[in-house]
Design a protein around this ligand. Structure first.
Ligand code: C2E
Ligand code: CA
Ligand code: CA
Length: 263
């Protein structure tokens, strides 16, 4: 028990039980949602800075429960731990395509992939099956690969990206700048977009170093012929600054929150 400042806090048996119960309840919930294909796509608009046009959107996964909607950050990690993430990614892709076909949205669809999904042998055949079945133009799909999670086998990832690019799919590096190998990714992977980590974007108005980093990144990307997307654009001031710095696209609560409806 917490009696003094420097004492170790030993949880009671009931407290330990509560924590384990919460984890296992969520694990069961995620497992059920995946097996029943109840992974719901939410769409967040991405705006072209030069014209204000919404010609891209990102798909984010949600699970609806009687108590409310679960955000991805509340269950993606669990799905990864129990090895269900590649199933989840495929189900979400299919559900998202079904929604896009029913809508008037004609732009690019950005989809998050866990690096684990990409290297699963079933992944490429499944993606090919879905795009064929719904006759969905492959050049409208952009796979986001996060830089946050360290990938041990970069050459395997390189091969998978190359195989999918041949089929017409596009790629983006997500959370650029959050990991330790940003420039490795930039050098090795032929991508169409870089999504600049929201934590940098958020800070640029009051942190000189972050401002310089984003400004320089914008120049490098242009030289590489890669489009830039700023995440977490939460205010008009930030949006104006992104335009000043020549960032191609903006995404964030100021542009629009994730919603079940397409832009
Ligand atoms: P992410 O790809 O960086 O997605 C952005 C996250 O930030 C989303 O949370 C989104 O709701 C939130 N966000 C968007 N704009 C703003 C903003 O202006 N301010 C703030 N504070 N937050 C903003 P979400 O949906 O909970 O997703 C969390 C992470 O989970 C995602 O980060 C992505 O890495 C992962 N994820 C989401 N869906 C999937 C999926 O279907 N498959 C995989 N493998 N990962 C997914
Ligand atoms: Ca993303
Ligand atoms: Ca991101």
């Amino acid at each position: 028990k917490d009696e003094g400042k420097n004492k170790v806090v030993i949880p009671t048996q009931e407290e330990v039980y509560e924590v384990f119960k919460a984890i296992s309840d969520k694990t069961i919930l995620v497992t059920k949602a995946v097996s029943e294909k109840r992974i719901k796509p939410y769409f967040q608009p991405i705006m072209r800075n030069s014209t204000g046009e919404i010609d891209c959107c990102e798909v984010l996964s949600r699970i609806e429960t009687p108590e409310g909607v679960l955000n991805a950050y509340e269950f993606i990690e669990i799905a990864e731990k129990i090895n269900l993430i590649s199933r989840l990614d495929i189900i979400l892709l299919e559900n998202a395509i079904i929604e896009v076909i029913k809508s008037n949205f004609k732009g690019l669809l950005f989809v998050n992939l866990s690096p684990r999904s990409l290297v699963m042998s079933e992944f490429i055949p499944e993606v090919m099956r879905i795009t064929k079945e719904y006759n969905f133009d492959r050049s409208r799909l952009v796979f986001e690969i996060t830089e946050r999670e360290t990938v041990k086998n970069l050459s395997l990832l390189e091969k998978f990206i190359a195989n999918l690019r041949v089929e017409g799919f596009k790629f983006a590096i997500d959370d650029f700048g959050s990991g330790f190998c940003s420039f490795q990714y930039l050098r090795r992977f032929p991508v169409d977009f870089i999504k600049i980590e929201g934590e940098f974007v958020r800070n640029i108005l009051n942190d000189r170093k972050d401002h310089i980093l984003v400004k320089t990144l914008s120049i490098i990307a242009r030289e590489f012929d890669i489009k830039t997307i700023a995440e977490y654009v939460e205010s008009k001031e930030l949006l104006d600054e992104m335009k000043n710095l020549g960032i191609t696209y903006s995404q964030g609560y100021f542009i629009g929150k994730p919603s079940p409806n397409l832009p």
